[in-house]
Write a protein that binds this ligand. Structure first.
Ligand code: DLL
Length: 437
């Protein structure tokens, strides 16, 4: 196989040299972190007064972990380490309650992110001859602009089609000869179904590759998409707190995602003991970002469960590979690529006085896509046989939830006492999607 590298010097840098670079960048990042009240206090408590207190990469372990709740407490500007007027962009993702986690970017931060993204796309074999249709949400979500910037950087023609509307997606593919698409795996499966329904012939499309990420999926799902659409599918991993996509991406070997270790220090820990996992063992991924000045985040607990490959990759890149994400160590649900915490739903419905005490969140498959249903009991003052107030309440719950979680759920109202009550801990979430990872 002929491999291509966007930044060969960095991508094939010998490990020893890479570690020197990491240490250098870690010190610089600590310098930025110390400008934020949060880290000034946290690092001082850990005996780190300045970058000079970090002598080796092992000293990283002196730094306490950062979690999503820390970022939330710092909302909106608590983690900003440069003057506000030097910030050129922000992105945000859902938090466990209504407060999002917000990440700021300087012009250089965007450049670094874009370079990492370009490495991913080029490393998957794309060139400036490709036409790239970015079928994922734009906006505060990082998936849209992230891949968009990277695609432009390598000179592909980018079609910012955004998510949804399969009929328009097919039209764009046919009109402009799209060769590469980006979407969530569930949307890619849905595209195939819609293609059949719409009578779009595979031969009328020039598709060769797809980038799929933002939600967990199995190797079987990858193969299924590849078979149905006759394309190569590359796994793409990232999270808003660490810029978004580009953290780790598969190369042409399609066997594990290279994590750009000049930009991140990756650790795998046992989520129960918080001790480092053994080489190759699955645990929780902890990330420290190294090339972002506006929002430094050290030892971030991603909650994603994965492990490193221990063998080198035939492509020659020295940056280690992550295994497919196995799941999470918290209760976050990913519904059609959108992150949802059960606590966000609870906050909304329990804040409505017409809603009773019991509720149940059900996530299931509806064709290739996920379907979210929120079942709630109604309060005593409402009667099941009076449909007008019931419909109005249902609509209000749907709308309020949509504002809070960015998804319009199905809502079912039940009489008080009708939903199952568990004897032990309440079971509030039923995730009925097949688990085949
Ligand atoms: O999902 C960033 C992204 C966009 C990645 C487009 C890839 C493609 P968040 O919305 O903050 O950011 O969600 C991050 O999604 O912690 C994982 O739990 C999950 N996730 C992302 N990529 C994958 C993947 C974006 N390839 C959260 N496999 C992460 C499994 C993934 N889970």
């Amino acid at each position: 196989m002929q491999f291509q590298y966007w930044n060969e010097r960095i991508e094939k840098m010998p490990r020893a040299e890479l570690e020197v670079l990491q240490l250098d960048r870690l010190r610089a990042e600590i310098g930025f972190a110390l400008r934020t009240p949060f880290y000034r206090e946290r690092l001082a408590a850990a005996g780190i007064a300045g970058p000079g207190d970090i002598h080796s990469l092992d000293d990283l372990r002196k730094i306490p972990f950062t979690g999503k709740s820390d970022l939330r407490q710092g909302f909106p500007y608590g983690f900003l380490s440069i003057p506000r007027h030097d910030v050129v962009r922000l992105h945000a993702s859902s938090g466990t309650t209504g407060i999002p986690t917000t990440i700021y970017f300087s012009r250089d931060d965007i450049k670094n992110w874009t370079d990492n993204m370009a490495r991913c796309i080029y490393g998957a074999g794309c060139t400036k001859d490709d036409v790239f249709q970015n079928m994922i949400s734009y906006g505060l979500f990082t998936g849209g602009l992230g891949l968009h910037q990277g695609g432009e950087e390598i000179g592909m023609m980018v079609i910012p089609s955004g998510s949804g509307n399969t009929a328009r997606q097919f039209k764009l593919m046919q009109d402009f000869g799209t060769t590469v698409v980006h979407a969530t795996p569930s949307f890619l499966l849905h595209v195939e179904t819609k293609m059949k329904e719409a009578g779009v012939a595979r031969e009328s499309l020039s598709l060769k590759k797809a980038f799929a990420g933002a939600e967990p999926y199995s190797e079987d799902t990858r193969r299924r998409i590849e078979g149905l659409l006759d394309i190569d599918v590359y796994n793409s991993y990232g999270l808003s707190e660490m810029n978004g996509p580009s953290v780790a991406f598969e190369c042409q070997c399609k066997d594990g995602m290279h994590i750009w270790e000049d930009g991140y220090i990756a650790e795998i820990i046992n989520p129960d003991t918080l001790e480092p996992a053994a080489d190759g063992e699955v645990g929780e991924l902890v990330l420290t970002i190294l090339c972002r000045e506006a929002t430094p985040i050290l030892r971030y607990r991603t909650r994603d469960l994965t492990g490193f490959y221990t063998e080198p990759c035939p492509c020659g890149r020295t940056h280690r590979r992550l295994r497919r994400i196995r799941g999470r160590s918290d209760d976050m649900l990913i519904i059609n690529g959108v992150n949802v915490f059960p606590s966000q739903i609870e906050e909304v419905i329990m804040g409505m006085k017409e809603v009773g005490n019991n509720y149940l969140i059900v996530v299931e498959k509806d064709g290739a896509m996920d379907r979210l249903t929120v079942k709630t009991e109604i309060g005593e003052d409402i009667f099941m046989d009076d449909s007008r107030p019931l419909n109005a309440l249902k609509e209000r719950i749907m709308q309020t939830l949509q504002v809070s979680i960015s998804i319009r759920p199905h809502v079912e109202l039940h009489e008080g006492g009708a939903l199952p009550v568990s004897e032990g801990k309440a079971i509030r979430v039923q995730d009925l999607r097949p688990k085949d990872i």
